[in-house]
Design a protein. Sequence first.
Length: 143
Amino acid sequence: MQLRPFKPRDEPAVIDLWNVCKLTRPWNDPVKDIARKLTVQPELFLVGEIDDELVATAMFGFDGTRGWVHYLAVAPSHQGERLGRALMAEGERLLTNLGCPKLSLQVRTDNERVLGFYRALGYLPDDTVSLGKRLIADDSAAR
């Protein structure tokens, strides 16, 4: 897999991948999420290609104290090939180079398969509660 930063021409394939991987939600417009990411550290929005086919994505970011990863996705036809591990390793490398001391992420509590993936990479649950407040509603189903 070849990793590279996202390019605007990737948008349809990225959104298709996120839909197939069930990462999109009615209250998060993926077009708006991509546009927002492109305004802050766009070089940390990675895509992976095999034979010119977009098969993986991850959005990384660093706010000065913590790093985050969002939209880690691997095409179902390529899951189990260690592509997710490769994306996470590259994101960790990029964030470490920026001086990021810790990478955080959120997984829905009922997603045991993905929780197992991250545990295998050394990620452990933090003793925290995730809170959120929508500041800009993407649509009427905002949460």
